[in-house]
Design a protein around this ligand. Structure first.
Ligand SMILES: [Fe+2]
Length: 262
């Protein structure tokens, strides 16, 4: 499996504070069958979390060396989780934020409450300069949980949607868990990722259990797409296939039809 969203590098954000904990996390990931992980520290404009690109790249290189020394078989690549804000496309072009594995996709984190006014413009500008967008854990955003039709608009724009394993495991409570499942069943998700911050966040048993639940509720083929095939496409920068809803999904009429430009 490939994990496109993990706070594994030490001392950059609210992930591990020390290298030892990062290595412990890496060992847990490798044992859980994860072969590649994008290191995605937070990048939030106007906050203490704005790690310079050079620092993250240096840490990724250093971390590879530490993994090899410990014999931990895990491929790591640079990335960032960029908070949704005006001007992300400019930041990418100026080389101030990192895309996933240096490729086409940028991981964009929506706010936990309300999307900013002009969110369409933010995403459109990224797409317009030839990049792709992966939205992190929309199930944790109150606005998107209340208005899944907005997630549908994003999907219709060609934006990828990433759900957290931890949401399905119930680590943010029942409401987030149910929202995550409703997005998966509504065809409003392209892939799963850990969003891990600590070694205890995931393990082989938890992922096995969730994969079984996914297969039962969504079927084998769709589970494979979410867990393996789409993350692989994102890793190499290929476009994603949209999924049709599995069952009737409470969808209000889509607003802003003028925006369906592709
Ligand atoms: Fe995250």
């Amino acid at each position: 499996m490939i994990d496109l969203h993990a706070h594994m590098l030490p001392g950059l954000d609210d992930g591990p504070a020390k290298l030892e904990e990062s290595l412990e996390m890496a060992a847990v990931y490798a044992a859980a069958g994860i072969s590649k992980v994008a290191m995605t520290p937070h990048w939030v404009v106007g906050s203490a979390w704005q790690p310079p690109v050079e620092k993250v790249l240096k840490w990724v290189t250093g971390f590879r060396g530490a993994l090899a020394k410990r014999g931990i078989d895990l491929e790591v690549a640079p990335g960032m989780e960029v908070a949704m804000t005006m001007g992300i496309s400019g930041l990418i072009q100026a080389g101030e934020v990192l895309t996933l594995n240096g490729g086409a996709y940028v991981l964009v984190e929506p706010p936990f409450q309300q999307l900013p006014v002009g969110w369409e413009q933010i995403l459109f500008e990224i797409l317009a300069v030839g990049h792709r967008v992966l939205i992190a854990h929309p199930e944790r955003c109150g606005h998107l949980a209340r208005e899944p039709e907005v997630v549908r608009e994003m999907v219709d724009m060609g934006v990828g949607i990433q759900i957290n394993w931890k949401s399905l495991l119930g680590q943010y409570g029942k409401t987030v868990r149910e929202t995550a499942w409703s997005f998966l069943e509504g065809g409003l998700a392209h892939c799963l990722a850990t969003d891990g911050h600590r070694p205890v966040d995931i393990n082989a048993e938890k992922l096995r259990r969730m994969k079984r639940a996914l297969s039962e509720r969504l079927g084998e083929a769709r589970t494979r797409l979410l867990v393996k095939e789409n993350p692989e496409r994102i890793w190499v920068g290929e476009p994603l296939e949209n999924l049709s809803p599995l069952k009737a999904f409470s969808q209000k009429k889509t607003r802003r039809r003028w925006f369906k430009w592709r």
